[in-house]
Design a protein. Structure first.
Lengths: 495, 517
């Protein structure tokens, strides 16, 4: 990875991310309203999330626990004492005129999440500055229909728990940023912290990026930091950063403008056009007049509670990859593919591997058959109609020599398509085990029809026997190729 | 005896025993409101129909042999800072004129559950900001003892309606003295409980870390009755204390032998009216006669109380009142020419992003905010919002807000130290008896000093009670204040009750309250 300037990229790219994640709670952070997405506007509201006079917040303990779970998985320090602060600003989707957030005493800080890629292309420890909890605002929808210009406010989202995760500027390329986000998402989904659905706004990313450009005399010029917003997929994040890196380099070549000399800029990503556009200058000191939220009491975290939370949260993906590779003796690449599909698929795999007794065989079936067809069909692994016991049954019959692997895959596909049992499919496909007498007869016919092959094998070219397999299959599609080969070689030796 | 002459304790006893119907009791007070409130202006809303309906329902309940709540048939007036789902809740502000909350404050819900009869909503200083009730958008309250004088504030309506027998008891709220000071100036008894003792849910917030709801009545015994219903844990208020509620009325008669009352010599310095000083010293003498010991103590940081209060309270208020922006409810300025939003010029503000300025949508929006707030808020509310906004701003926070929090801790420590030596702290409630309407309204600083003796109680989060201890030669009531450690409400009420058994100041009624012949 390009950590230092190279001929191809005569600068170092410096990226930091700010990620907002909606926590997967049933109810909002400070009231009992539902967090379900997609309800008619302003139906999941109450005096508290509407900010009505006299209403008060009460902290949702589950939200706090989920946030702590995320912070623990990000290797953060958990503060024994944390408090809430008010961030004051006026906007119509912020009905109280302030957002309840955390300012100087976030519940966690100083963590790290590594970008893992077993192919070895990427590997970097990205430091986490802080993780804090806050309430979401509502949604403002600016109606751009001709003539009206009305703004509509939906407060269903107001008060939804949000975890804000801020990284140090440790990422060094757009690709790495995307890979890191994938890992973060995987982690948060694994822990049940968030569904990380970007389309529904459960995960939002802002990226800060600038370039460090070596100049004459060893001085490093730093381009002005740009904050990119409005990216609604990880692919957009990567594309926006690629665009922005190139744009900044060109601008630097043209203007030599450096950080500090111009104010920090916010640029919005225009996905269809594939460009970032300047939004407005971010004021250097937006004054939010933070002060401690007097309507909430500080939260103290005991070691016992923390230990119990850690206990309950299960293995993060990075640990699970190692465990899977070690337990089932599968390559790191396999473990990575399986773990990246989510906790449910790992459970399916482990069930299958347990029944088959051989991790690598189970892993191959997962990747070549289960995953491929699952991706084609869509849906979750838990709803996948062919269960591990069935797959194990098919694999078991291959081991017994009932049929070969390619036949087995046809059977798997047919079981999946028809919903019938393995026995039924085997019968309908006319697959019957070929007994030894049948096999000897078939092989003798083959040898009689192929004197050339017999001669070649006798002359020491055993691989010539491979040519017989195809012909054997034509005579009887149920024959086991390995057995045909062994039998033919035996017969030739006896000639 | 007329129901309006009866104590709250006697009223509920009479209703329970069937000697008096809830309807008769309610009618008696409604009749007085009709007759007197034109001159006093204590009520912003009177719920004649609702009150009579509730009273009739309580009588029917009794007739049917069903159990009655502890306040059955007791008319209660509620400060207009508490949300009521069946009556407007305005906080005496144009901003909330006609606003009808969709829910009842916890205290209101408890009153209803106890079978109390809510007769109306009382006038107050706008958003509870003030000490004279002159800051009401709906006109000042007149002190029943002298209609040309202020009743004190901000719970002036609640104090005046009890003083004029328009309600036997009332609910007030106290952020820096707003129950105790008007109680003192109107010659009634008012208790500010320990912070967290009574739920604040549904109390329109002024300064969240200081606000506390409390009872106002003609005696300590009546306050005890009301407090027992409204106190207690509310899971909907994170700052409410999850501790059992004592039976406040049961321990009132225990003598005061062995009780140590602190007297702060600095309270008697310049500025304290000599008539007030005399009455307060007499009250100390009465307590001594009742068996208490009087001990001089020092409260070294009390001097900084008003300055500290006028930073902490406005800072919190500036944020608490940000929600009144005209966007969702309350007063909204009519759009003027050129204030329509331009389509497509806005942006979505996500958490973490600065609200932008510029652009058609934003400028129209900011215009709407500014004009709605300029029109909706009165001058004192604006003054405090500006004070608080300024003190919380970057560059000033440490010098003002953060420093005020430090001093607040010192004041709290003063109380902890004092309560090592004494059980209660006594003294004046206000430096003078009721002042003339208009006398201080042009001078905010003079007005802020009326809180001199009361703000420290709120800063420390402890409890305080105020009750009459004499009259000026001109016939105006003089108040005495007792403060106690956190959760020592039983002692506050007991000491006051004992005093009220030795004296009759609390029984005196203003001339206006006398029944017509």
């Amino acid at each position: 990875m390009t950590a230092t300037p190279t001929a191809a990229a005569p600068f170092t790219t410096v990226i930091g991310l700010e990620v907002h994640v909606q926590l997967q709670t049933r109810t909002k952070l400070f009231c009992g309203c539902s967090t379900t997405f997609g309800a008619p506007p302003n139906t999941h509201v109450c005096p508290t999330c509407l900010g009505l006079p006299g209403s008060l917040p009460v902290m949702n303990r589950t939200a706090f626990e989920l946030a702590v779970r995320a912070a623990l998985a990000l290797d953060c320090k958990i503060a024994p004492f944390t408090k809430w602060d008010r961030k004051n600003y006026f906007y119509p989707d912020l009905p109280k005129g302030y957002q309840i957030s955390q300012f100087d005493l976030p519940f966690s800080s100083e963590g790290a999440l590594e970008v893992v890629d077993p192919k070895g292309a990427l590997s970097r420890n990205v430091r986490i500055t802080r993780v804090h909890l806050e309430e979401d605002a509502g949604k403002s929808m600016h109606d751009e229909a001709a003539g009206t210009g009305d703004t509509r406010i939906d407060l269903n989202r107001a008060g939804t728990p949000l975890c804000e995760i801020v990284t140090e500027p440790d990422l060094r390329s757009p690709q790495e940023a995307r890979a890191w986000l994938n890992e973060l998402k995987l982690l948060l989904v694994y822990l049940g912290v968030s569904d990380c659905n970007m389309q529904e706004g459960s995960l939002r990313v802002d990226a800060n990026v600038n370039l460090h450009i070596p100049c004459d005399g060893g001085r490093i010029a730093k381009t002005p930091i740009v904050e990119i917003k409005n990216m609604n997929s990880f692919r957009s994040v990567e594309r926006a950063l690629v665009y922005e890196v190139a744009r900044q380099y060109e601008e630097w070549l043209a203007t030599k403008a450096e950080m500090g000399k111009t104010p920090k800029q916010t640029r919005g990503w225009d996905d269809p056009a594939g460009v970032t556009r300047a939004q407005r200058h971010k004021e250097e000191s937006s004054d939010y007049r933070y002060f401690p939220e007097p309507d909430l009491v500080p939260v103290t975290v005991s070691n016992e509670w923390l230990a119990a939370t850690r206990e309950a949260m299960g293995d993060p993906p990075s640990v699970l990859r190692q465990k899977l590779a070690a337990t089932w003796k599968i390559p790191a690449y396999d473990a990575d593919v399986l773990v990246n599909q989510g906790r449910e698929l790992v459970a399916y795999f482990e069930d299958l591997a347990e029944r088959v007794g051989e991790g690598k065989v189970a892993s191959n079936w997962m990747q070549q058959d289960v995953l491929r067809t699952l991706n084609e069909r869509g849906g979750s692994i838990d709803a996948f109609p062919v269960r591990p016991a069935t797959v194990a049954d098919i694999i078991g019959r291959v081991a017994k020599g009932d049929f070969d692997t390619s036949r087995a895959r046809e059977i798997f596909a047919e079981v999946l398509a028809s919903g019938r049992t393995v026995d039924a499919v085997v019968a309908s496909m006319g697959i019957a085990a070929v007994d030894d007498d049948e096999l000897i007869t078939l092989c003798r016919e083959l040898l009689a029809e192929n004197p050339r092959v017999v001669a070649d094998v006798k002359g020491g070219k055993e691989q010539a026997a491979a040519g017989l397999i195809g012909q054997a299959k034509k005579k009887n599609p149920n024959v086991n190729p390995g057995k045909v080969r062994a039998m033919c070689l035996d017969l030739i030796r006896q000639m | 005896m007329q129901p309006s002459d009866m104590s709250a304790v006697d009223l509920v006893t009479a209703v329970r025993q069937g000697d008096l119907t809830a309807l008769r009791a309610t009618e008696a007070f409604l009749e007085r409101i009709e007759r007197l409130d034109g001159q006093i202006n204590a009520f912003l809303a009177v719920d004649r129909e609702g009150a009579l309906r509730t009273a009739a329902a309580i009588d029917a309940k009794r007739k049917a042999g069903k159990a009655l709540g502890p306040l059955a048939g007791l008319p209660v007036a509620v400060k207009d800072a508490l949300c009521t789902s069946d009556l407007p809740t305005t906080c005496a502000s144009k901003m909330l004129a006609g606003f009808r909350p969709p829910y009842d404050a916890e205290v209101v819900a408890r009153l209803r559950a106890a079978d109390a009869v809510i007769v109306g909503k009382t006038n107050m200083d706008e958003f509870a900001m003030g000490g004279s009730n002159e800051n009401s958008a709906f006109g000042p309250v007149h002190n029943p003892w002298d209609l040309t004088r202020a009743p004190g504030g901000s719970s002036g309506g609640s104090a005046a309606c009890v003083a004029a027998d328009m309600a036997p008891v009332a609910i007030g709220s106290d952020t820096g003295g707003s129950i105790r000071q008007p109680a003192g100036l109107c010659g009634i008894t008012g208790l500010k409980p320990t912070y967290g003792r009574v739920s604040r849910r549904g109390l329109v917030a002024f300064a969240s870390s200081l606000d506390q709801i409390g009872p106002m009545a003609r005696s300590a015994a009546d306050c005890a009755l009301l407090l027992e219903t409204i106190a207690g844990h509310d899971p909907g208020d994170s700052t409410s204390l999850d501790l059992p509620v004592p039976a406040y009325g049961t321990d009132l008669e225990r003598p005061l032998e062995g009780v140590r009352i602190g007297r702060v010599p600095a309270h008697f310095g310049a500025g304290l009216d000599p008539e007030v000083a005399h009455a307060v010293e007499e009250a100390f003498a009465a307590f001594r006669a009742a068996g208490a010991t009087i001990i001089d103590i020092d409260m070294p940081h009390a001097d900084a109380g008003v300055a500290t209060y006028y930073l902490v309270a406005p800072c919190e208020a500036s944020s608490n009142l940000a929600r009144y922006d005209g966007a969702h409810y309350g007063h909204r300025a009519e759009p003027g020419k050129g204030h329509r939003a331009e389509p497509g010029k806005g942006h979505r503000a996500e958490p973490g992003s600065a609200p932008a300025s510029g652009g058609g949508f934003e400028s129209a929006l900011v215009e709407m905010y500014c004009r709605s707030r300029a029109e909706g808020f009165g001058p004192e509310v604006k003054r405090r919002i500006m004070l608080g906004t300024y003190a919380l701003s970057a560059g000033y926070y440490d010098a003002y807000y953060a420093k005020a929090l430090k001093v607040r801790r010192l004041i709290r420590q003063d109380y902890l130290d004092a309560f090592e030596k004494v059980d209660l702290i006594g003294g004046p409630v206000s430096a003078t008896a009721a002042f003339k309407l208009g006398e201080k309204s042009g001078d905010p600083l003079a007005m802020y000093l009326v809180d001199l003796y009361t703000v420290c109680t709120n800063l420390a989060g402890v409890g305080g009670i105020s009750f009459p201890c004499g009259f000026t030669k001109g016939g105006l009531p003089i108040g005495f204040q007792l403060q106690a450690p956190a959760l020592a409400e039983p002692l506050l009420l007991r000491a006051t009750d004992r005093y009220q058994h030795l004296t009759d100041w609390h029984r005196r009624r203003p001339a206006i309250a006398a029944r017509p012949r």
